[in-house]
Design a protein around this ligand. Structure first.
Ligand SMILES: [Zn+2]
Length: 1045
């Protein structure tokens, strides 16, 4: 199979005739139909035989091996061809628009340039673009460069947004624009790459790519193709043959760009066709049509799962579901050198508690009795399908460390003629990728069974919070919400105990024992030495104490109605919660509802340290570092006691989210923020978050360990976690939305035969107070050819890794360095591909691996994200919140955040169903007559074009015209017409897919709040800095050329 699918650009770079887009010769096939690494190991029939004790019929009778897997192992990410893109904007020549005569060399550009763009653009659009230009000063952030920029960095000087206004509506013939071509855009490369008339544009390439990637949806070509498959003639990806050509085509690269105005004065250039660069929406759409609605069977090692944006059903057949683990690459390089050379991070994004759709089988629970789960004596890995039974079934060899272990008599079973245990399909731990073990007392604190967890509700009753009506709102909600506490499966009622605290400068504990007629309050004013004044009667069963609690919740708002106390404490509140849980010997969660900066004299007191002058300096990082002192120790205490902290913030000004969110971040908690909260407008949003938070699946007092087979190991961990040593990931709690990103490094050489195996074991306490071990096993392939590595990459997981590593690094490094590091890594990854995997071609062409063809779009969006972009216009709290939130995100959430969905709704068929297909995230895709919905998992924004037909406005908003539409409302009127119903149905569908409730904003074209919408159009130049996607591609291309020179 070829990485060089189709190459139709220039004669010089044309693929060898007859390649047909295929080649062989990357060694061992990427995946194998069996667990071949156990020597003559058993084939792995997927179906279940007999009548398994644990397994329902739905799992049995699955498709069986041997033979090529029935589904989807040749996903587009494993596609066979790289994308060869004409170099956007670096030279006009390769980006020749449809049918237009290509320009032979840059020196002829000025004379051949079409007329200026502004004659072809309606004036309103120009105005918009004009605003953009003035807001977009330079690159990332409003950087005043204090020293000469490094040429390798993503500094502002290298990027300039297109100065010609984007066309509204349909696109678009390229229009000329002055652009800052670095002086390196020399003739040689262009001469090497004249494009014939009618040459393929990239968009055409991409359409072609589908036809090259295999015979249709069930294509058996590609990644997991078994050896010997016909039709895979060879192309060896050695680099040797084109080194010379590269240097010949490459002009000398200057050390730095002059940047600034001088650069802008360069010769006018054609505006590249936006359709000529890889489209993220197209990639998603292609994948949906190829793999959507299918069953993904996890019976093969190293399979590439469908994208997170594709609907599919998982059938566990020996490897864990991609809902639990996704990887940046599904074929790890055999050697550390290869890994280093490629710059591709090897990482897994693990969401151990991921929700499973109703049509998939929930995890089985395995009980090994008093002996507890069976584990390898040496590496302590748990029994799993990677253990190989030998010696007639009396011993087994560990797939992770190769140690040979005795099988205990109680676990003995005969082997069949294939060397497979006869009971393999009666035992989830031998046949499935994910399952749970019942943990014995050895796995419990002090060898005692845990108590059920407790939820403690802690409400700020200071002046502001009371006056806003928040206290009453929370109290009213709790009366009904507590009936819906999570329960153990099958249990009649929740075992979770509840307790209540209110606080301002002092803390009030409440005795709500069921035998009391009235609740009792106890005040603790010594906040420096927090203690718990009562235990009996504080944590109670809600059902038993219902009337006392109800009574209390009625009284609280009135009790403090006349308060004048405006100061609050914060750290002592958490301390009180921890001490309570410690005393009650249980784990649990604190729900803290808080309004203001905790300025009262107490441990953890905070001051306003938001100093915008620090932005773009070495000290900017300090804005995101938690205040020194109380919080670090508090996190430690919380984690060791299994105390998770969820923080609901209602600030009207700066509250130092970086500090206040530090304990939630390290305890598996969440931070929610509702700035300038108003009961009328924002209650629904908050209450919906609170309800979903209380009810969601969760495990407490968790510790996670990721074991690996010989040759590599987990070295770095990112998430809402705490690490007290280098291997154990501690989480006071972990819920269904939290993901931990784990990076791996080589210790030794990996083998293509045995692959790279992972086992994630999570020990936790259930909501019913039972100790469990949740096991996820995943086998990856290993490769000795870089092409196989690039084919197996998953862009969405890569971005999750890069986001978390960058958001982690920004505490210790200047942001500029973090951004430059990211851009440089991206360039190195792509440069290595070009050097070692792509066929010879002119350097003027940008060549991207198929599986990573939209990686630059996501990377650029990450670079422009609020946390990383240095802009004085953004609130420090918003940036800190984004940082905290992203660190806990899974791949679905980071994908949505870094490439929002932009859905046109004005021309949707009202009787259609589902979510209409999105368009690319750019102003170029907007029509003034249109209505668009933008969604990124955090917010939903409805954008209304100023020429939107009044009939549409009337049917959606219930007002006669654009001018009458209010942008204040947070909801849409429920109108009885097909358009209104359809739009609201779309919003409901989207909301259901996301973990957090999303605020609905209505913005109107050219009105003030439009910036909130425009800044999420990630293909455009950032409102707060950062280049457009097109310009970023140019930058990456320049970097690649420089690396390869
Ligand atoms: Zn072992």
């Amino acid at each position: 199979m070829s990485q060089q699918g189709y190459v139709a650009t220039t004669p010089l770079s044309q693929a060898q005739p007859g390649m047909g887009g295929y080649h062989s010769g990357f060694g061992t096939p990427a995946s194998q139909p069996l667990y071949g690494h156990y020597g003559a190991g058993p084939q792995f029939p997927a179906g279940l035989s007999g009548s398994p004790r644990h397994l329902p019929p739905s799992v049995s009778g699955g498709p069986s091996n041997p033979g090529p897997p029935p589904f989807s192992h040749a996903g587009p990410q494993g596609g066979m061809q790289s994308q060869r893109f004409p170099a956007p904007a670096i030279s006009a020549s390769p980006i020749s628009p449809y049918g237009q005569t290509p320009l032979p060399a840059p020196h002829s550009l000025p004379s051949q340039a079409p007329p200026p763009a502004d004659t072809s653009c309606p004036s309103p659009v120009r105005l918009l673009a004009g605003q953009m230009e003035t807001m977009h000063v330079g690159g990332y952030g409003h950087v005043q460069m204090q020293s000469a920029p490094l040429h390798t960095g993503t500094t502002d000087h290298q990027f300039h947004p297109p100065t010609s206004p984007p066309a509204m509506g349909h696109h678009v013939l390229p229009s000329p624009q002055p652009q800052g071509p670095p002086s390196t855009l020399g003739a040689p490369s262009l001469l090497a790459a004249p494009q014939p008339v009618g040459a393929m544009t990239t968009a055409q390439h991409m359409r072609m790519s589908g036809s090259f990637s295999g015979p249709g949806p069930h294509g058996s070509s590609g990644f997991a193709q078994p050896p010997g498959t016909p039709g895979t003639p060879g192309f060896s990806p050695q680099a040797g043959t084109y080194g010379g050509q590269v240097s010949a085509a490459q002009p000398p690269f200057p050390g730095t760009f002059p940047g600034g105005a001088a650069q802008m004065a360069g010769p006018p250039q054609k505006k590249p066709d936006p359709d000529s660069i890889p489209s993220p929406t197209q990639v998603m759409e292609d994948e949906r049509s190829r793999r959507g609605g299918q069953v993904y069977s996890t019976n093969l090692r190293g399979q590439i799962p469908p994208l997170v944006t594709t609907d599919f059903m998982v059938q566990d057949q020996g490897h864990t579901s991609p809902r639990f683990i996704r990887c940046t690459a599904y074929s790890f390089p055999c050697t550390a050198d290869m890994a280093k050379q490629s710059h591709i991070p090897l990482a897994a994004v693990i969401k151990p508690f991921a929700s499973i759709p109703n049509n998939e089988t929930p995890l089985y629970v395995v009980d090994h009795g008093e002996a507890g789960p069976l584990r390898c004596n040496r590496c302590k890995a748990y029994m799993c399908p990677f253990m190989h039974f030998i010696d007639g079934g009396r011993r087994y060899q560990c797939g992770f460390c190769s140690c040979v272990n005795e099988v205990p008599a109680s676990y003995f079973q005969h082997l069949d003629h294939m060397g497979r245990r006869v009971d393999v399909y009666q035992r989830p731990e031998l046949s499935l990728g994910s399952y749970e073990f019942i943990a014995t007392l050895d796995y419990c604190k002090d060898n005692k069974p845990p108590s059920p967890p407790a939820f403690i509700f802690m409400i700020d009753v200071s002046f502001t919070t009371i006056k806003r009506g928040l206290v009453r709102l929370v109290c009213e909600e709790l009366k009904t919400l507590l009936d819906r506490l999570p329960r153990e499966e099958g249990a009649e009622r929740s075992a979770i105990k509840v307790g209540f605290v209110t606080y301002n400068k002092v803390l009030h504990f409440y005795n709500v024992k069921s035998s009391l007629a009235q609740p009792q309050m106890m005040v603790v004013s010594d906040v420096a030495e927090m203690f718990v004044p009562l235990l009996d009667g504080f944590l109670v069963d809600f059902q038993e104490s219902r009337s006392v609690i109800s009574n209390l919740l009625d009284q609280i708002p009135d009790m403090f109605a006349d308060t004048s106390e405006s100061e609050t404490v914060f750290a002592p509140v958490i301390q009180a919660g921890v001490e309570t849980l410690k005393a009650a010997e249980c784990s649990g969660k604190l729900f803290i509802f808080h309004s203001s900066l905790p300025t009262a004299e107490a441990p953890g007191r905070l001051r306003n340290r938001e100093d915008k002058r620090l932005i773009n300096t070495e000290k900017e990082k300090s804005l995101f570092q938690p205040a020194r002192g109380a919080y670090e120790q508090l996190s430690k205490d919380c984690v060791s006691s299994g105390c998770c902290v969820d923080l609901f913030l209602f600030p009207s000004q700066y509250v130092d989210v970086a500090s206040m969110g530090d304990v939630p971040l390290h305890t598996g908690g969440s931070v929610y923020m509702y700035p300038n909260f108003q009961v009328e407008a924002d209650s629904d949003l908050f209450l919906s978050d609170l309800r979903s938070d209380v009810k969601r699946p969760i495990g407490f007092d968790a510790i996670m360990r990721v074991r690996t087979s010989t040759g590599f190991r987990a070295t770095n961990f990112f998430g809402s976690i705490y690490m007290s040593n280098t291997t154990d990931v501690e989480m006071a709690a972990v819920d269904c939305h939290k993901a931990i990103t784990v990076e791996f490094k080589h210790d030794d050489t990996l083998s293509e035969d045995t692959g790279a195996l992972l086992q994630c074991a999570l020990l936790y306490t259930t909501v019913g107070g039972r100790r469990r071990l949740r096991i996820h096993n995943l086998g990856l392939n290993c490769c000795s050819q870089l092409t196989d590595l690039y084919k197996s990459c998953e862009t969405d997981a890569l971005i999750n890794y890069f986001a978390k590593s960058a958001y982690g690094a920004m505490l210790n490094q200047p942001l500029k360095g973090v951004r430059e590091g990211l851009a440089s890594e991206a360039a190195h990854m792509l440069a290595c591909y070009r050097k070692h995997c792509a066929a010879p071609s002119a350097m003027s062409q940008l060549i991207l691996p198929d599986a990573m063809k939209v990686f630059p779009a996501y990377m650029n969006s990450l670079l422009k994200s609020a946390a990383l972009v240095a802009s004085v216009e953004l609130s420090t709290d918003d940036r800190a919140l984004q940082r905290l939130t992203v660190l806990g995100m899974g791949v679905e959430e980071t994908q949505a955040l870094f490439y929002p969905r932009l859905i046109p709704l004005h021309d949707v068929d009202p009787v259609s169903t589902g979510i209409p297909p999105p368009v690319r995230c750019s102003r170029e895709r907007l029509s003034e007559q249109g209505l668009y919905l933008l969604e990124d998992g955090r917010q939903i924004i409805l954008w209304l074009g100023q020429a939107c037909p009044p009939t549409l406005v009337q049917s959606i908003f219930g007002v006669p015209s654009f001018a009458h539409v209010s942008t204040v409302v947070g909801t849409l009127p429920e109108l009885d017409n097909p358009h209104s119903k359809r739009l609201r149905a779309v919003i409901d569908l989207i909301t259901q897919q996301r973990p957090y409730s999303m605020k609905l904003l209505v913005v109107k074209q050219k009105e003030k709040n439009e910036a909130l919408f425009l800044q999420r159009l990630v293909e455009d130049p950032g409102l707060h800095g950062g280049p457009s996607y097109m310009d970023f591609l140019c930058h990456v291309h320049r970097e690649i050329r420089q690396i390869l020179t």
